[in-house]
Design a protein around this ligand. Structure first.
Ligand code: CUA
Length: 320
């Protein structure tokens, strides 16, 4: 258990040993049960083996022991033993599979989760909210994640919330769970999906119901129109440098659907597939040469000069 305890603490937050939903707990409980079964069986088998090796070791003057071919009792025992063990694992696993694969309760909140090379889009269809990379969910309410992909196969996985599940183009998968504590929990695309598969991260942000509602309401607002001259110039530049062809900023002419929705970019703590913290230096680094940060990024190097970078960063940071 100390191994399990060590895995729960500190530096490794992306762990399945820290379950924060009933789905994740069910998976961990099964894992721990099967590990303990393996430990107990392993100890018994090793003990018998060592005892037999010592007790029946060759002594001086021993003759060749009787040579037998098969022993019906032993054959039956070591066939039925493993069948019972594996049957028991099946017996405890099947109900968990059926429970976690069942359709979500009708009261669940639907979230469309869409995999892109190399970032996640999250749509809250009942609230007309679209965001990227950071999945906000309220505590204590079932969330029904409706998984799609826009290009290749990805796999959605936030270990604290439960098992991984693939996001396909042209096919819908589902995961549902009820988060049971607040906090930020990192995750990772789990299906090799191209050059930057390893840079395709996400995080789940579990909030109190009130905080979640406040977040959702803020996300429903159109983009702020900053009066800061640099931000205003950046807003202009975003339209003229082609960014608007790929990105949507609600309330502006930018209505592209290729890249993340940027309406409330500055409300997110991370960018670029949740790989970078949303600091001034990081946003600038990303805009300067996206494929250098995420190899294979669809967002090209636009060759922005220092001034253009400054005003675009100012505009993006104004999009609270
Ligand atoms: Cu998307 Cu790996």
């Amino acid at each position: 258990m100390s191994l399990v305890a060590a895995a729960c603490t500190g530096e490794t937050p992306q762990t399945a040993f820290n379950p924060r939903s009933e789905y994740a707990t069910a998976g961990l409980d099964l894992f721990v049960l099967i590990v303990w079964m393996g430990v107990i069986i392993g100890v018994i088998v090793e003990a018998v083996l060592i005892w037999a090796a010592i007790h029946y070791r060759r002594r001086p003057g021993d003759r060749l022991p009787p040579q037998i071919h098969g022993n019906t009792v032993v054959e039956i025992a070591w066939t039925t033993g493993p069948v019972i063990v594996v049957g028991y694992i099946l017996f405890v696993t099947l109900p968990v599979i059926f429970t976690t694969q069942a359709p979500a309760p009708s009261t669940a909140m639907n979230v469309n989760v869409i995999g892109h090379q190399f970032w996640w889009e999250f749509q809250y269809p009942d609230a007309s909210v679209v965001t990227a990379n950071e999945l906000h969910l309220p505590i204590g309410k079932a969330a029904n994640l409706i998984l799609h992909s826009d290009d290749v196969i990805h796999s959605f996985w936030v270990p604290a919330l439960g098992g991984k599940r693939d996001a396909f183009p042209g096919h819908t998968n589902y995961i549902w769970m009820t988060p049971n504590s607040t906090g930020e929990f990192p995750g990772q695309c789990y299906q090799l999906c191209g050059y930057s598969h390893g840079n395709m991260r996400e995080r789940a942000i579990i909030q109190s119901q009130a905080d979640f509602q406040a977040w959702l309401t803020a996300q429903q607002q159109p983009a702020v129109q900053s009066t800061d001259p640099a931000a205003a110039e950046g807003a202009q530049l975003l339209q003229t440098r082609g960014c608007a062809a790929c990105h949507t900023i609600n309330g502006t002419a930018a209505q592209g659907k290729v890249g993340p929705n940027l309406t409330h970019f500055a409300s997110r703590g991370t960018l670029a597939g949740s790989v970078l913290d949303s600091t001034t230096a990081n946003i600038r680094m990303w805009l300067k040469d996206p494929p250098a940060v995420k190899p294979g990024s669809i967002m090209p190097n636009l060759g922005l000069n220092d001034h253009e970078l400054d005003v675009l960063v100012a505009y993006l940071q104004s999009l609270k």
